[in-house]
Write a protein that binds this ligand. Structure first.
Ligand SMILES: [Fe+2]
Length: 348
């Protein structure tokens, strides 16, 4: 973890100018990833594991509260190219999405806390193996499969050893791969808390795994990942999937899209109109790199989004600082114009 604590650094954000804010957001995200990666790889070496986990969670909440679009952008862009290993990166993606969904689903605060912390630690019983599997082309060996099968139980036991006493957090981790009971089609709100959170985490875990590239396969696009969950999963999961689409969109910030003018663009920010985000063209129709990305507000006109693209389908060097700043600048401009015209459709 960086020498400065998350609370200090995050609170410093609000006092700074927009430019330094966004440079800091990038640093904060990497610091959070590194801190979580150390905790998950060597939980026994933390002096107070529970306190460190709460600290990581507080840091995550500050990042998302500061700017949800920038946090999503960083998550989808950097998770795919992260150097901390697949396991920590997946844990942070799942924790962030669960945090955003908890708000959309209006979960009570204690449930939100248990859900996000379970998302960040569910695979702590197989951190090294999960990293190994992400870099492995072949199927798991018999021994690896045994460890995979045992990991929810091992994760729970390890968390208990580290002083975690929240029964909901522990239950969700221990059951995070358990299939829902036959015939249980009750809506989320009527389920017992542990079952509700397990269902939410199960869907997020699958979505995050589908979107991420591994050695054995390229990741899917965000839209294909949602479709794979909606189309082929138990319909009981749809309530969570719809909440995911409502809150992050079919093309979330940080993912690539093909535009109907043939250009390849990066999604920068969501807009009030679902699935019509602000995008920046980074490749022209011939695949040439655009030095000056062109901004398009797809909610209000041409070009429109034709399809979502997988991360691995686009090879381009990006200046994340510039793009995040550009997105914020465009959103502010647009908000100003929409305010003057009295129009709806202001980007969030
Ligand atoms: Fe797992």
């Amino acid at each position: 973890m960086a020498p400065t604590g998350p609370a200090t650094r995050a609170s410093a954000l609000s006092a700074e100018t927009p430019d330094s804010e966004y440079e800091d957001l990038l640093g904060l995200w990497s610091d959070l990833e590194s801190a979580l990666s150390v905790l998950l790889a060597r939980p026994g070496s933390a002096l107070d594991f529970a306190a460190k986990m709460r600290q990581c969670d507080a840091w995550l909440q500050d990042l998302v509260a500061h700017d949800t679009d920038a946090a999503l952008y960083l998550m989808f862009q950097l998770a795919a190219t992260s150097s901390v290993g697949y396991s920590a990166s997946h844990a942070l993606v799942c924790g962030t999405l669960c945090h955003i969904l908890a708000h959309d689903l209006q979960l009570p605060a204690p449930e939100r806390d248990s859900l996000v912390r379970a998302a960040m630690t569910m695979n702590i019983g197989m951190t090294a193996l999960q990293d190994e599997l992400a870099n492995q082309r072949g199927r798991p060996t018999a021994e690896q499969q045994r460890s995979i099968d045992e990991h929810p139980r091992r994760s729970r036991a390890l968390l208990e050893q580290q002083g975690i006493r929240d029964p909901l957090w522990l239950d969700v981790v221990g059951h995070h791969h358990a299939p829902p009971p036959e015939g249980d089609t009750r809506p989320l709100a009527t389920l017992p808390a542990a079952r509700r959170l397990t269902r939410i985490l199960g869907t997020i875990d699958r979505y995050a795994a589908m979107i991420s590239p591994r050695q054995s396969r390229a990741g899917r696009s965000a839209t294909d990942s949602v479709r794979a969950i909606v189309g082929h999963e138990d319909e009981r999961r749809d309530e969570v999937t719809y909440a995911l689409v409502r809150s992050v969109g079919l093309c979330p910030p940080g993912t690539f899209v093909r535009l109907d003018n043939g250009e390849t663009a990066l999604v920068l920010r969501r807009s009030e109109k679902i699935n019509s985000p602000l995008v920046a063209s980074v490749l022209d129709r011939h695949g040439g790199h655009r030095r000056q990305p062109a901004l398009h507000q797809t909610a209000t006109g041409k070009p429109r989004i034709q399809s979502a693209l997988a991360r691995s389908a686009v090879q381009v060097e990006l200046d994340h600082r510039m793009l995040v700043r550009l997105g914020l600048y465009a959103a502010r401009q647009y908000r100003g114009m929409a305010g003057l015209a009295g129009a709806a459709g202001t980007p969030r």
